[in-house]
Design a binder for this molecule. Structure first.
Ligand SMILES: [Zn+2]
Ligand SMILES: [Zn+2]
Length: 269
């Protein structure tokens, strides 16, 4: 069983619980390594990201919690950055892509299905593959822009695409741009997260990225890190047993976790 989670949110951004509640819950679940990764301020839709003042308070609260849990559980103070910026600092960062800019307009791609569908109609002439091309083009630059430590929910663009409702995730028109982005990010040796967040919130039946992409990542010699993207105490380590099974099925024998002194450590699955 994996005893770590490095993608979680608190009420300093759009999470439900305080850092104290999240840390306590992680500890009670037996975690040895626990990371909080609040949303950076998001240029394209800043209503829930942390501005610099809030970020400072967030870090201070987590420094205190780290002292309190010293010797019991390692606490990591992270931030989830967005490819459209701005870039803010923490001890580690997740590189994610939640928004696109098209014809001078910002579109948040994971807000609601209705918003995304309307944007595809208006800004991408109804062509979902043109949207996914633009998405992966931005994803391919997420390390150049953010210098992140690992890649967040690589195929977030499929959030509302359960049962391939809007586009075919096995189609070459989709996969070509996804593989190109994956290859570029993997060339920096970045772990890609297996993220169970969309299952816990009822949008998808499998974690990000889907198995087609995970298999390709394995073929490329890529690395994984298993995270929940939890927004409340109930979903820390959500369905990690399932994520491990999928990873194994795709050929992965190990996963990676952060180390207190920086960098990653390989753990068997
Ligand atoms: Zn995210
Ligand atoms: Zn997140």
């Amino acid at each position: 069983m994996i005893k770590s989670d490095f993608h979680t949110h608190t009420n300093f951004c759009d999470g439900k619980n305080t850092p104290t509640e999240m840390v306590k819950s992680a500890y009670n679940m037996g975690l040895k390594d626990y990371g909080v990764s609040g949303h950076a301020y998001i240029t394209a839709g800043g209503e829930f990201g942390m501005n610099d003042d809030i970020l400072l308070k967030y870090k201070n609260e987590l420094y205190d919690l780290r002292e309190k849990y010293k010797g019991k559980m390692n606490i990591y103070i992270g931030i989830e950055l967005d490819a459209l910026g701005p870039i803010q600092e923490a001890e580690y960062s997740i590189g994610s892509c939640h928004c696109l800019e098209k014809n001078g307009k910002y579109v948040v791609i994971d807000n609601t299905e209705e918003i995304l569908c309307n944007a595809v109609k208006k800004l991408w002439n109804g062509d979902w593959y043109s949207l996914t091309d633009d998405y992966y083009n931005l994803v391919s630059k997420v390390y150049d822009i953010t210098k992140c430590d690992f890649v967040g929910h690589f195929d977030l663009i499929t959030k509302f695409n359960q049962d391939y409702k809007h586009f075919d995730e096995s189609d070459d028109r989709y996969l070509d741009s996804a593989y190109k982005a994956m290859k570029k990010l993997n060339s920096f040796d970045l772990p890609f997260e297996i993220n169970t967040g969309a299952i816990s919130r009822g949008y998808r039946e499998e974690p990000y990225p889907n198995e087609i992409l995970l298999r390709e990542l394995k073929n490329m010699g890529g690395r994984i890190i298993i995270n929940s993207d939890s927004h409340s105490v109930d979903n820390i380590c959500y369905k990690f047993d399932e994520a491990v099974e999928i990873a194994k099925r795709c050929g992965f024998k190990t996963s990676w976790i952060l180390k207190p002194e920086g960098g990653f450590r390989e753990i068997p699955l």
